[in-house]
Design a protein around this ligand. Structure first.
Ligand code: CP
Length: 317
């Protein structure tokens, strides 16, 4: 008998995932899409499971998407943030996590400003751990929902030309996306101003250019990244006007991309800095589809991980 494709109890990064695991996860997410169209948006798949959401950095999309995914799967969930927990009284993260684990959750979802905090927790906790973004390191569920959105829109990922443009140095989204899209056979180019590139940009595993126009020439997918003003990115360019002039995506520039190209952005958007409003809201944009698809992808992640940890294969959707 062949081994099941999915055997992981944690989702820490795309780096660890094989192409077969990514495809299995995307296929599983397909089966959850229709739940959002039901009058009663709920399946009993994770009834009796408990999920703790620990967000130590701000989040709108990822935190609400996980929470909705958990509720649609009938899991019980609780949410912690730095300000509402005893971390604000000086308790260490590990002590907080150990105390929460004493209440026997099945899964812990964590976002933290420091790279590899989810990995450290996964080594110490019996519960499954899901990385919801760790510093500038990885954001695996964002990359998976991006790949899912591309595959739904284009029918495939293999062979597509994908341009990822902007604040490459500070972006966990680019790291996870380059890993995910290249494993699925896409031809990925990253572009940004030199001060917003990491020290060894080639180590990302994509073609590197320093011009928006060059990156999007012939692209099937244009993914714009948020200028991370909170991660010292402002010092990397003289003014927002100048950034937009050289690296802002406008409708005029988009004509360099292939016919039918789609425009993506992980959000939150800085309108008028990395993307013009008429592009973000225009016919090329799949930005809100990314958000909608994120719920189905996170349902798939929760379903696969909960089944693995508990040793049960939960009820199918
Ligand atoms: N894409 C993303 O991670 O958005 P949030 O920071 O709002 O979660």
């Amino acid at each position: 008998m062949s081994e099941p494709v999915w055997q992981r109890g944690d989702l820490l990064g795309v780096a660890e995932l094989s192409r077969a695991e990514i495809l299995h996860l995307l296929d599983t997410a397909e089966s959850f899409v229709e739940v959002a169209a039901r009058p009663i948006k709920k399946v009993p798949t994770l009834r009796g499971k408990t999920v703790i959401n620990l967000f130590f950095e701000p989040s709108t999309r990822t935190s609400s998407s996980f929470e909705i995914a958990e509720k649609r799967l009938s899991a019980d969930n609780i949410n912690f943030s730095t300000s509402s927990s005893s971390l604000s009284k000086g308790e260490t993260l590990l002590d907080t996590a150990r105390n929460l684990e004493a209440m026997a959750p099945d899964l812990v979802v964590i976002r933290h400003a420091h790279p590899r905090v989810p990995h450290a927790l996964a080594e110490r906790l019996a519960s499954g751990v899901i990385n919801a973004g760790d510093g500038a390191h990885e954001h695996p569920t964002q990359a998976l929902l991006d790949a899912f959105t591309i595959r739904r829109r284009k029918g495939r990922v293999e062979g597509l030309k994908v341009a990822i443009v902007g604040d490459i140095a500070h972006s966990r989204v680019v790291r996870s996306n380059v890993l995910c899209l290249t494993k699925l056979g896409a031809d990925v180019t990253v572009a940004g101003p030199r001060p917003m590139m990491p020290e060894e940009p080639e180590s990302l595993g994509a073609r590197v250019v320093y011009s928006l126009d060059e990156a999007i020439e012939g692209a099937d997918v244009v993914m714009m990244l948020r200028v991370q003003l909170e991660r010292q990115a402002r010092a990397a360019f003289p003014s927002e006007r100048e950034y937009f002039e050289f690296f802002g995506l406008t409708a005029e520039r988009l004509h360099r991309a292939n016919d039918g190209a789609i425009v993506m952005h992980p959000g939150p958007i800085n309108r008028g800095i990395e993307i013009a409003s008429d592009v973000a809201d225009g016919p090329w944009s799949v930005i809100l589809e990314q958000v909608a698809n994120g719920v189905a992808v996170r349902m798939a992640v929760l379903y696969l991980l909960a089944g693995t940890k508990s040793g049960e294969d939960g009820a199918t959707p």
